[in-house]
Design a protein around this ligand. Structure first.
Ligand code: GLP
Length: 273
């Protein structure tokens, strides 16, 4: 077996937030994919389903790619897997180029043997007056599926997880939210111009995320360094929703060296050669 040093991994376990640092984003993604695969296989061996909370954005794409590879080359089956995605723009049609429905199909679901009725994403087409009932049903469905075993997360530059923007409460549940200006500006790369970026989204709440049995947050690149440092070191509050992850019993940050650069050097101990 490859030793952790061989992939340039350094591990810090603070009382509030374990952070694992990797030389390359690909190594972090492989590590999470391996954990997910092992969970799926373990559950399959017990004839149980495995419930995954999934995320969009550029960060987790390589996790999906690695899981697809394992499906093709290592016979990893998703037959027993149930998924719940974190969020979706509102309003948006599922076939629209920027929708998370389309993103997930193209980057993951179209390439594996998951049962389509086991796939769940918040719908961006629900009538406004039905949204709150719809969000309650989404929560109910997660509970009825047995709860999320492992939640994959990215982090936005505002410190959002899912679309829980600054101001989101710790006890928030799936709901309609207003997107932060920073987040909308970051989405211009997908929508072409700011006018076209939706003002709203449906997102799982902070509490929904915290109820997952394991949480794995990925962050790569220099542009995530400041927010990663703040999420780990700032006071826990709604001003930076990712701070709420601290204190979860099984949470881990998996970051590359660039995203870890604002954490104090002592944080990771002696760098590995
Ligand atoms: C969007 C998603 C988040 C994601 C974030 C970061 O806002 N709703 O779930 O974490 O983007 O995206 P990226 O991974 O592309 O940096």
């Amino acid at each position: 077996m490859q030793s952790p040093d061989a992939v340039g991994m350094t591990h810090r376990t603070s009382p509030s937030m374990p952070v694992v640092r990797f030389r390359e984003p690909a190594d972090a993604c492989k590590r999470v994919a391996a954990e997910i695969a092992s969970l799926i296989r373990q559950r399959a061996a017990e004839s149980r389903r495995c419930v995954l909370g999934l995320a969009t954005g550029s960060t987790p794409i390589r996790v999906y790619r690695e899981l697809i590879r394992m499906h093709r080359e290592e016979r990893l089956s998703f037959f027993n897997v149930v998924t719940f995605n974190l969020d979706e723009y509102y309003p948006i049609k599922p076939e629209s180029a920027q929708s998370y429905h389309r993103f997930m199909s193209e980057h993951f679901f179209n390439h594996i043997d998951i049962i389509r009725s086991n796939v769940h994403l918040p719908k961006g087409t629900v009538e406004l007056e039905n949204v709150s009932g719809y969000c309650r049903d989404y929560e109910e469905l997660i509970l009825r599926s047995g709860g999320i075993d492992l939640q994959l997360l990215g982090i936005g530059r505002t410190g959002h997880v899912g679309f829980n923007e600054p101001g989101a409460k710790r006890d928030s549940r799936t709901r309609l939210v207003r997107l932060d200006t920073v987040t909308r500006n970051d989405a211009v790369k997908d929508f072409g111009d700011l006018e076209r970026v939706p003002l709203l989204a449906i997102t799982m709440g902070v509490e929904t995320i915290l109820q997952a049995r394991r949480i794995r947050l990925l962050a790569f690149g220099e542009h995530k360094a400041r927010i990663v440092q703040q999420a780990i070191e700032n006071r826990i509050s709604s001003a930076l929703p990712a701070t709420f992850l601290r204190g979860h019993r099984d949470v881990q940050y998996l970051v590359d060296y660039d995203a870890a650069q604002c954490l104090p050097p002592s944080f990771f101990g002696t760098p590995l050669q």
